[in-house]
Ligand binder design. Structure first.
Ligand code: SF4
Length: 430
């Protein structure tokens, strides 16, 4: 069986679930098209360039192998895959392990002797051994006007809390040192099931973000929260960060600061006083690292509203920030809003935004020079502190102690920070 995995961490988790099921049923995974009887392509359909990349990958798999099953977000877009590649065997949407397995069974019967015991209890992981994504829900109840995810992935469906905790426990037992909690809206966990009480380890546990964080915090490994919105109840998890039970890190996609634009975007928690919330979080947990993403040049954004966003950056002093120039994704409601900002101006605003934030991020990093930080090692000489999520944030580059063995991936060490640059810290192991 061949497998091509494209897209975001949520798609990556879907790939892991499918690979786990394939292995559980005795299918072998082949690293080349030649060695495979069939290829599964997990696609992304978020922006036009991702659609193109996915269609190209399907074309390549068809040319190289010929038997192809397509899954993922692009599969949810009615007819797109079949129109471009009529030769694919089957198309399913995202988060559809059963659909993919049904198509696999139809075209490649299950091997006779499944060595189910060869599959490790934590499943097959595509991330390095020492960190893993933990997907707690699928879909989203919001309808942000620039986003088509709900139309592809449907409304919020929270995974049962007991199942999430068992997966987390298995990962910890298998040597994972850091869990990255992901979803479309982590703060909404459990809303769809009215925060139903589940069971973990023989104890009742509510399907709710705070209770989940408390339980994850008891596993003794790093827990990092992504895609959290600034709702009042998020304040409840900040003390857990201050107490060191989960990492003092919050990834909050604010997207803008102008109330009018946030309303046009239909953002969750758009009526909250974000700056006040940030101040309150920092008062409880001064160590907290805040990461966010923004969109510059949203339809109708005036120069004054853009400047409001720049002023917000000055006030908020966020640690890590990404910014996209608005991209009119096909099918997104925002494209119909009046006052589209010309592409050149969108790019220009993005550049102005990043220029301002670069100085803020660099200054915040510099403030860490002279401190000793706990660092999780990714590779020899390279690691990350609580402030750095893998792939998207910076690194802590360190020299090992002379005479002592080199730190290895998955080790937790202390590093004295000696200097900083725009993204990374540099220091030596103590
Ligand atoms: S919160 Fe908004 S941007 Fe995020 S997935 Fe839901 S609709 Fe899309």
């Amino acid at each position: 069986m061949g497998f091509v995995s494209l897209g975001c961490p949520k798609a990556l988790v879907d790939s892991e679930l499918i690979l786990t099921q394939l292995r559980a049923e005795g299918y072998a995974i082949s690293p080349s098209y030649d060695g495979a009887d069939l290829v599964v392509v997990n696609t992304c359909g978020f922006i036009d360039s991702a659609v193109e990349e996915s269609l190209d990958a399907i074309g390549e798999a068809l040319a190289e192998n010929g038997k192809v099953i397509v899954t993922g977000c692009l599969g949810a877009k009615q007819g797109v895959v079949k129109a471009a590649h009529p030769g694919v065997l089957a198309v399913t949407g995202p988060h559809d392990v059963d659909g993919v397995m049904g198509a696999v069974h139809a075209h490649l019967p299950r091997p006779h002797d499944p060595y189910t015991d060869l599959v490790p209890p934590q499943g097959i992981k595509l991330t390095p051994r020492h960190y893993a994504y933990l997907k707690i829900s699928e879909g989203c109840n919001h309808r942000c006007s620039f986003c088509i995810i709900p139309s592809m992935r449907g409304d919020l469906v929270s995974r049962p809390v007991g199942e999430v905790m068992r997966e987390a426990e298995n990962l910890a037992r298998a040597g994972v040192k850091e869990l990255l909690v992901i979803s479309q809206d982590t703060s909404a966990y459990g809303v769809d099931v009215k925060y139903r009480t589940g069971f973990w380890d023989g104890r009742p546990l509510k399907t709710r973000m705070t209770e989940l964080c408390e339980a994850l915090g008891s596993l003794g490994i790093w827990v990092r929260l992504h895609y959290v919105y600034p709702y009042p109840h998020v304040d409840e998890v900040i003390p857990l960060m201050a107490e060191g039970r989960i990492l003092p890190y919050l990834d909050v996609p604010f997207q803008h600061a102008s109330p009018r634009i946030l309303k046009l975007m239909k953002r969750p928690a758009n009526a909250e006083n974000t700056l006040e919330r940030i101040r309150a979080w920092r008062a409880i947990c001064p160590e907290i690292t805040l990461r966010s993403t923004f969109i510059a040049g949203f339809p109708g954004e005036t120069e004054a509203e853009f400047e409001e966003l720049l002023a917000f950056l000055d006030e908020a002093q966020l640690d890590r920030v990404g910014c996209f120039a608005y991209s009119p994704v096909e099918g997104a409601k925002a494209n119909q809003l009046p006052g589209a900002v010309p592409e050149q101006l969108r790019e220009e605003r993005r550049a102005r935004f990043m220029h301002k934030q670069a100085a803020i991020s660099a200054a915040r990093l510099k403030a860490r020079v002279g401190r000793t930080l706990r660092v999780l090692v990714d590779a020899p000489g390279i690691g990350r502190s609580s402030a750095d999520a893998p792939e998207i944030d910076g690194l802590v580059k360190f020299k090992d102690v002379k005479g002592a063995g080199a730190a290895r991936a998955g080790d937790l060490i202390d590093v004295l920070v000696e200097k900083s640059d725009e993204h990374d810290l540099h220091g030596r192991r103590t």
